[in-house]
Ligand binder design. Structure first.
Ligand SMILES: C[S@@+](CC[C@H](N)C(=O)[O-])C[C@H]1O[C@@H](n2cnc3c(N)ncnc32)[C@H](O)[C@@H]1O
Length: 200
């Protein structure tokens, strides 16, 4: 897969109608159900087709949805009910130059590996800085056995490298998958770390 050739709009077509990511559902169960003084702030980093942003809005969150593709934001805006729009901000920005607000949750399903490796450390610093104490990160990283790891424009990490990112967090979920499977573009070997972590 050549990153510069990814047709994200046809990816959004292929996953049209998907349910919210199980990772995000799991992360939301970790927040107390009682109402907060003001709505919690989430960032959906690489929001794609917008399904997870809508799920967050429906669960009472304020959301900043960010994606490098204008078509992702268009799809999201078409999905959001009018009454939830006041809790949504959107931004078209690349991970390599994004700025992040203070947040209670950063959700990044299947997105951070698409950050260019030369910019990953800076992006991760921004993620850590945007989360306050008890703020959560819920997201994924690709491992070095992944069949896309030949792509020099993407970021692939060892388990030790992923673990090292979380020195200022308590890990609440850490799962490694290293197995053949399928992506929206066909068969592939998945090597993926799925993490939920709370900032100390
Ligand atoms: C595999 S999709 C995942 C989308 C969504 N989070 C999901 O779970 O379906 C990756 C998303 O990241 C966005 N993306 C890829 N590279 C990016 C970059 N360098 N900067 C900003 N967004 C990027 C794409 O436009 C796409 O929407």
């Amino acid at each position: 897969m050549k990153l510069e050739k990814v047709d994200w709009d046809s990816y959004y077509d292929k996953i049209d109608g998907r349910p919210p990511r199980p990772l995000l559902r799991s992360a939301l169960t970790l927040y107390p159900a009682e109402p907060t003084v003001k709505p919690r702030q989430a960032v959906d980093l690489g929001c794609g087709d917008g399904t997870d942003t809508v799920f967050l809005l429906e669960n009472g969150w304020q959301v900043l949805a960010i994606d490098g593709e204008a078509k992702a934001i268009d799809r999201l805006l078409a999905k959001v009910p009018d009454e939830l729009k006041e809790n949504l901000q959107t931004r078209i920005a690349r991970f390599e130059e994004v700025t992040l607000p203070a947040a209670d949750l950063i959700h990044a399903s299947l997105t951070l590996p698409f950050c260019h490796p030369n910019h990953f450390a800076e992006l991760w610093q921004k993620i850590v800085a945007s989360l306050g104490v008890n703020g959560r990160f819920a997201g994924q990283f690709f491992g070095i056995h992944d069949s896309w790891a030949v792509n020099k424009h993407m970021t692939f990490q060892t388990e030790a490298e992923v673990q090292a990112l979380f020195s200022s967090f308590s890990l609440e979920h850490f799962h490694e998958e290293d197995a053949p499977g399928r992506s929206a573009s066909g068969p592939k070997h998945w090597h993926i770390f799925t993490v939920i972590a709370r900032k100390k």
